[in-house]
Design a protein around this ligand. Structure first.
Ligand code: NDP
Ligand code: MG
Length: 400
């Protein structure tokens, strides 16, 4: 049974909160708002530390409320905003994100924070009956069961923003839930698809940040290079569409034109295609069930000579295997996988560890930390903290 309702939002003007407004998904969400200014009242915007950009967004969109990551950043923002926009309500930290997500003047929440920090505010939004457009896959990886519970208990609604999950959602529209046989998540393969595995220890941060098809924030770009992104997306798909592990396949498709596919009981397969542009799935999550006419780039069939598909090599990309294993193990294992990966990616970006140390660190955390079944939020928070601590302290040889 898929968990996402195919009945949805109206075309009226709706109050919008964007969690992570200064990031790649957040700024592209505001691009969509600029295309449809009459459809949204931007009520709340948040960032972690980029208060200069947030101040520009406040001056342009005039939200009632904002949230920033720390008190000193609130002070900087206040100084930036002295004058016309100074009446904005400024909140701080996780409490601030949760307050923003559950405001009474907000109908739709865009969850575009990166990492585990997005989980609590998404739960708050769903409990407050909001429509949540969710980009922040780590929320489902860590707390998929809690999100499902919040959806079942409340009147909230979840709509996928991640391009593959948006594709699956679109393929499933109008289909009986039981008729879905399996799904294929496509993956670009990232920048190292063709690169010999023996050179992976030499991968530099600059090379890993150079994604061939998508322009995204740094964390997900590194996740794409290790293919942990696809592993996280397998877990995300399990929770969004209530699938078993063996119903989710990954295929590398270097052109990133087919965004994902669904196979049905009668042998039919539906795919959703388009130019790789996040504004399309972002807009669909906001316009659903309508489609709003927009000037996003169209596919040029004449220029499209071929579409390639290939099974990924689990030896070359161990993160994908680790994600499947964590999903099988269940309980706190995906939270450990996620936290270990977040810290390992941060350490790689800081040039403290090498590229191949990322899967090594994640595997070590999964081996060393126990799996607790049916975790509540506090148990997940503890598992997250322990895994972060372990990987922060893990001695790994300094890269060349
Ligand atoms: P970015 O790094 O570009 O942006 C992250 C946003 O979250 C920024 O606004 C950032 O603020 C804020 N933020 C970061 N850390 C915290 C924190 N601890 N507490 C509160 N806010 C925080 O990320 P992306 O936009 O690339 O990705 C966002 C999410 O969407 C991720 O989960 C990613 O996996 C998912 N996603 C992204 C896609 C893309 O194309 N980018 C595609 C599909 C999914 P500040 O700017 O101040 O640091
Ligand atoms: Mg994706």
């Amino acid at each position: 049974m898929q968990r996402l309702s195919q009945n949805g939002a109206a075309d009226a003007t709706r109050g919008l909160a964007i969690l992570g407004a200064t990031g790649s998904v957040g700024t592209q969400t505001l691009d969509v708002v600029r295309l449809f200014p009459d459809r949204f009242d931007v009520q709340a915007l948040t960032c972690d530390s980029n208060v200069e950009l947030l101040a520009d967004q406040v001056r342009e969109f005039r939200p009632a409320c904002v949230a920033v990551g720390a008190p000193e950043r609130a002070e900087v923002l206040k100084r930036e905003l002295s004058g016309a926009a100074s009446e904005v309500d400024i909140r701080v930290g996780t409490e601030g994100l949760c307050a923003v997500a559950s405001r009474s003047d907000v109908d739709v929440v865009m969850g575009a924070v990166v990492g585990f920090a997005g989980l609590r505010p998404v739960l708050e939004a769903l409990r407050a009956d909001k429509q949540v457009a969710l980009a922040n896959k780590e929320t489902l990886v860590v707390g998929g069961a809690l999100v499902t519970q919040a959806l079942e208990e409340g009147g909230g609604q979840l709509l996928p923003v991640d391009s593959e999950h948006s594709a699956i959602f679109q393929c499933m529209a109008g289909e009986a839930e039981r008729s879905v046989e399996d799904v294929v998540l496509t993956a670009s393969g990232g920048p190292f698809w063709d690169r010999p595995a023996e050179t992976f220890p030499d991968v530099t941060v600059k090379e890993a940040l150079d994604h061939p098809n998508w322009s995204m924030g740094p964390k997900i770009t590194i996740d794409s290079a290790t293919m942990m992104n696809k592993g996280l997306e397998v877990i995300e798909a399990k929770w969004l569409f209530d699938l078993n592990v063996d119903q989710i396949e990954v295929l590398v498709h270097p052109q990133s034109i087919v965004h994902s596919m669904v196979s049905f009981a009668d042998g039919a397969v539906k795919a959703q295609l388009g130019v790789p542009d996040m504004k399309v799935p972002i807009q669909y999550a906001l316009s659903f069930p309508a489609r709003w006419p927009a000037p996003h780039e169209r596919l040029d069939w004449g220029a499209l000579s071929r579409l390639d598909f290939e099974r990924p090599d689990p030896q070359k990309f161990p993160c994908l295997r680790l994600a499947y294993e964590a999903l099988q193990a269940g309980g706190t294992a995906p939270a450990v996988l996620n936290a270990a990966n977040e810290v390992a990616v941060e350490r790689f970006l800081n040039e403290e560890i090498g590229f191949t140390d990322i899967p090594r660190a994640v595997e070590t955390a999964l081996e060393r930390l126990p799996v607790h079944s049916d975790p509540g939020l506090e148990v997940l928070v503890d598992a997250d903290r322990e895994a972060r601590h372990l990987v922060k302290e893990l001695a790994l040889p300094t890269p060349n």
